[in-house]
Design a binder for this molecule. Structure first.
Ligand code: GLN
Length: 386
C-alpha cells in the first residue's frame, strides 16, 4: 500500500461490479454484471430532460434538491406508503443513492462506531462505513434462504453500534424482508437505540410479498434514514438522482455533508424526475414490475437449464447462482472465464461477502436487460455447458 495514500483507503478495493463491466467490454461479452438497463428510459422523462436543458435549467439547483422534486417525492411517500414527509426539512436529493449512502454515514456515524451490515451486501456499505471511520460488523444470512435471524442480529449489536444497514429488496440475494423480519429489525433498533439506514432503491421491483418500509414500523420513523432514488424506478442509472428521507435534525447534518461533497444533483434531470413522479401513474409501476418478472423468469430458466443452482428472487433484478456443478474454479476465475469463453459476464459472488470463501461458489447475474439480450445469454450458456 502506498504510503502516499490515506490509511482510510487501504481497507477496501475498487468496485468489482464495475471492473466486470470492463472485462465484459474487453471480451465483447453480454454484460449481465453491472445492474443497468439496456433498454430505453420512459419517453416522458427523456422529453422532460431535453426540454429542461433547452429552457436553460442549467445552473445549480438548490443544494438539497429542487422544490418540485422534493415536493413530488413527498407526495409519492404519502401515496405509496401513507408516510407524511416534510419536503422542507426531511428530504435531500443527492447524486444517486451511492452519494446518499456515503453522505448519511458521514453525517451520522463517528470514528470508532460500529455499523451492522447484513450479508450478502451491496459492495458500497463496507467502504462507506470505513470512510466514516467506523467499523462494519457483518452479519451473515445463510444461503439458500437468506432469512434474517433475530437472535443473531441481537448478538451483532454492541454498545458501539450506531446503525444497522438494511437493503430490501436486496441486491444481490433478491430477498424482500417480510413483516416478521422487518418487525425484528424495528424491535432491535428501538430497544438498543440504534439508527436504521435503509437502502430501498429497488422498492418498486417486487415479485413476491410486498415492500415494507422500516420507517413505517412503530417507533421507527424518527430513527430511520431512507435512501432511495430514481435510477432503477425510471431506468436512468446514469442520471444520478438519489433521495434521502430523514428526521429534520439528521437531515440538517446530511445536507451539510452533501453540500460539500457535490453541491447538488443535476438540475435539469431533477426537473425531469419530478415530472416523471407526478405524471406516471399506477400503470407504469405495475407494468415495470411485470416486465421485470418475465425477464427474471427467462434468466432463471436459462441458468437452470445450463446447470446453475438458483432460486427465483422475490425482488430487485439479480439472480445469485451456485456454479458448483459446472466448474471447480473460484468465483473470480469463473466469472472471467465465463466472460472470455462463453461471452456472458457475471459478478463474482465473493464481492458480496466479507469472507471471500462465502461467495466462492456463487456468481450474480443481472436481468435488467431486454428479453432478446436475456434469450441470447441463455442460449450462449446452454450451448456452452450443454
Ligand atoms: N447497483 C448496480 C449493481 O449492483 C450498479 C452498481 C454501480 O455500478 N453503481 O450492479
Amino acid at each position: 500500500m502506498s504510503q502516499r495514500t490515506a490509511v482510510r483507503t487501504h481497507s477496501f478495493t475498487e468496485s468489482v461490479i464495475r471492473e466486470m463491466t470492463r472485462v465484459a467490454r474487453e471480451h465483447e461479452a453480454i454484460n449481465l454484471a453491472q445492474g443497468f438497463p439496456d433498454f430505453p428510459a420512459p419517453q416522458l422523462l427523456k422529453d422532460a430532460a431535453c426540454r429542461a436543458i433547452q429552457d436553460d435549467v442549467n445552473q445549480y439547483a438548490t443544494t438539497w434538491g429542487t422544490d418540485s422534486l422534493r415536493g413530488a417525492v413527498a407526495d409519492q411517500y404519502a401515496r405509496w406508503y401513507g408516510m407524511e414527509v416534510d419536503p422542507e426539512r426531511e428530504i435531500t436529493v443527492t447524486c444517486g443513492a451511492t452519494e446518499a449512502m456515503a453522505a448519511v454515514m458521514l453525517a451520522t456515524v463517528n470514528p470508532g462506531d460500529e455499523v451492522v451490515v447484513l450479508e450478502p451486501f451491496y459492495e458500497n456499505y463496507g467502504p462507506d462505513a470505513a470512510l466514516s471511520g467506523a467499523r462494519p460488523v457483518f452479519l451473515p444470512l445463510s444461503a439458500p434462504g437468506f432469512r434474517l435471524d433475530p437472535d443473531r442480529l441481537k448478538a451483532a449489536v454492541t454498545e458501539k453500534t450506531r446503525a444497522v444497514v438494511i437493503n430490501t429488496p436486496n441486491n444481490p440475494s433478491g430477498r424482500v424482508l417480510d413483516r416478521e423480519e422487518t418487525q425484528a429489525v424495528a424491535d432491535l433498533c428501538v430497544e438498543r437505540d440504534v439508527l436504521a439506514v435503509t437502502d430501498e432503491i429497488y422498492e418498486h421491483i417486487v415479485y413476491d410479498g410486498e415492500h415494507l418500509p422500516l420507517a413505517r414500523m412503530p417507533g421507527m420513523r424518527d430513527r430511520t434514514i431512507v435512501v432511495s432514488g430514481l435510477s432503477k424506478t425510471f431506468s436512468v442509472t446514469g442520471w444520478r438522482i438519489g433521495t434521502i428521507v430523514a428526521p429534520p435534525d439528521l437531515t440538517s447534518a446530511i445536507r451539510k455533508v452533501h453540500d460539500f461533497l457535490t453541491v447538488g444533483a443535476p438540475a435539469p434531470l431533477q426537473k425531469a424526475c419530478a415530472e416523471g413522479l407526478c405524471k406516471l401513474g399506477d400503470d407504469y409501476y405495475r407494468e415495470m414490475a411485470a416486465d421485470y418478472r418475465s425477464r427474471r423468469d427467462i434468466l432463471h430458466a436459462g441458468l437452470r437449464e445450463a446447470g446453475f443452482d438458483c432460486g427465483k428472487p422475490e425482488g430487485a433484478y439479480y439472480i445469485m447462482a451456485d456454479f458448483s456443478r459446472l466448474s471447480s474454479l473460484d468465483d473470480t476465475a469463473f466469472s472471467k472465464f465465463l466472460a472470455r469463453e462463453c461471452g456472458v459476464a457475471p459478478v463474482p459472488g465473493s464481492s458480496f461477502f466479507s469472507r471471500p470463501q462465502d461467495g466462492a461458489r456463487l456468481v450474480r447475474f443481472a436481468f435488467c436487460k431486454q428479453r432478446s439480450t436475456l434469450d441470447q445469454a441463455a442460449g450462449k450458456l446452454s450451448r456452452f455447458f450443454g
